[in-house]
Ligand binder design. Sequence first.
Ligand code: XBP
Ligand code: MG
Length: 233
Amino acid sequence: MNEAIIFDVDGTLSETEETHRRAFNTAFRQAGLNWHWNQSLYHELLAVTGGKERIRYYIESFGGKGAPEDELDEFIPALHARKTEAYTMMVTGGEVELRPGIRDLISDAQERGFRLAIATTTTPANVDALLSVTLGGSSDFEVICAGDSVLNKKPAPDIYELALDKLGLPATACVAIEDSRNGLLSSAAAGIATVVTPGIYTSEQDFKEAALVIDDLVAVDFRAIYRLTSPVR
Ligand code: XBP
Ligand code: MG
């Protein structure tokens, strides 16, 4: 079998955004900043993918009192590194788990010979922590494309194009699993048929470009997903 399923991470493999949000707030406190991202503000900030980009968007949109205006290029990555440290500790501490149905989909797809990959905006250390806590490591995934491995993050297609390149497959041989409009736009722009499983922060978004929208992965016949890939001729 030379077809693949490419998984997004945050909101898809696992409902992680509440843990991300708390990790951002922990980093802000540790840095002595009086910033606090509550759920409604975070919902708005999630329009921007990538934690460093999200922090910059927050500073530009809401003032970011306490950030050194002329040293943001150093300040933001350092603050984001603190956030990643806090997030990976929370994940390693068992705060997140796979979304219902994901483990069964991974096993069933592997039994049918599908190759598995990851295309995510999140930081590689976050992926490692999640996969080691939930799946005992990353060996289920032949290709993992994450974070700053591409310049243009989702909704740009770059991360999915990188995954296709590393898999050595055409888009038609793959199906993407996503949770957000940003992710769907990214995979669709790479020409990949996409299944959306909406999450807590994305359920109201528009998924008209999706090949399939599945609210509950547990109740679905996975063959509806597999039928979206075509064998490489
Ligand atoms: C979701 C994102 C990430 C996370 C935060 O990634 O946009 O930025 O919100 O992680 P995806 P970082 O849905 O593509 O998995 O702070 O490490 O970016
Ligand atoms: Mg996502």
